[in-house]
Design a protein around this ligand. Structure first.
Ligand SMILES: [Fe+2]
Length: 282
């Protein structure tokens, strides 16, 4: 675990610095991307669609992997000029569409998670929807941790510089066979490692309105959870990256497209939807 001796915090007037930090170290934090009001609204929306009965058990989590299809407040992130401008600068174009979106709710008692990369760039034969969606070099993390992030109450930890193509695990560790995770050298190859004690691990410290960004391949995980915690994200991609999804557009996606206000419609041109049930033919 390390305390970075370089700056990882940027404000909304310095996206250039933020992007440089992502390129160099694999992650960064952008301060005050959204205000308190929107933080509150997004939390309410997560309750409404993920835990309407407020009965999620302790030490557990629930997620929605196409949250933009149900949550109107999530679209307020796209209506938020700094967030949209950040995306323009990251991808070098204004011609963007909705790529993926998600929300996660965790309750106190959840343990430190499994280290992993979201990137599926190294998968030769796509089997599930994420294999087809997470291989385009887009930011894996453009996440709002609506309770903030801190090792004392939870949030996200990342491994600095783990986004480089030739990175093959922290010192003393090796990547698992599928290259999605890692384990101490000599341990069972299928075992995955759940601990903050890894060389290069940075427990990210951020406030509720901050945006936590990380690169496509950056290894990360959730830290142990000590409270009810909310997070969400809405990711965009340049329309020049065309994806022919082999699944049909889910009904919820069709309904979202019909109901979106006119100024947001351009962002669904190219949206594939997400079908968690889809599996490639063997
Ligand atoms: Fe992840």
């Amino acid at each position: 675990m390390i305390n970075p001796n370089y700056n990882i915090y940027f404000d909304v007037n310095n996206f250039k610095g933020a992007i440089k930090c992502i390129n160099e170290y694999g992650y960064c934090v952008i301060r005050k991307m959204i205000g308190e009001e929107l933080v509150k609204e997004l939390k309410c929306s997560i309750d409404e669609f993920i835990d309407p009965g407020l009965n999620i058990p302790p030490a557990s989590n629930r997620s929605h992997l196409a949250f933009a299809e149900v949550s109107r407040p999530l679209w307020k992130l796209i209506e938020n000029a700094p967030y949209l401008n950040f995306n323009y600068q990251v991808y070098g174009t204004k011609d963007l569409c909705l790529h993926r979106s998600a929300a996660i709710l965790r309750t106190a008692g959840e343990s430190f998670g499994t280290w992993h990369t979201d990137s599926r760039e190294h998968i030769k034969t796509p089997k599930v929807a994420s294999d087809l969606l997470n291989c385009h070099g887009l930011l894996s993390g453009a996440w709002f941790y609506l309770n903030g992030s801190h090792p004392d109450h939870s949030g996200i930890a990342v491994i600095e510089k783990s986004h480089y193509l030739d990175w093959d695990g922290p010192e003393g560790f090796e990547l698992t066979k599928n290259r999605n995770s890692f384990h101490p050298i000599g341990d069972d190859v299928e075992a995955t490692y759940k601990s903050i004690n890894v060389p290069g691990c940075v427990p990210v410290v951020a406030e509720p309105g901050d945006l936590i960004c990380f690169a496509d391949r950056t290894f990360h995980t959730n830290m142990a959870t000590y409270e009810r915690r909310y997070s969400c994200g809405i990711g965009l991609r340049p329309k020049s990256i065309k994806i022919n999804a082999p699944w049909s557009l889910p009904l919820t996606a069709q309904r979202m497209i019909e109901n979106l206000p006119r100024h947001l419609k351009p962002y669904v041109d190219g949206y594939t939807g997400y079908d968690g049930q889809w599996e490639a033919d063997q």
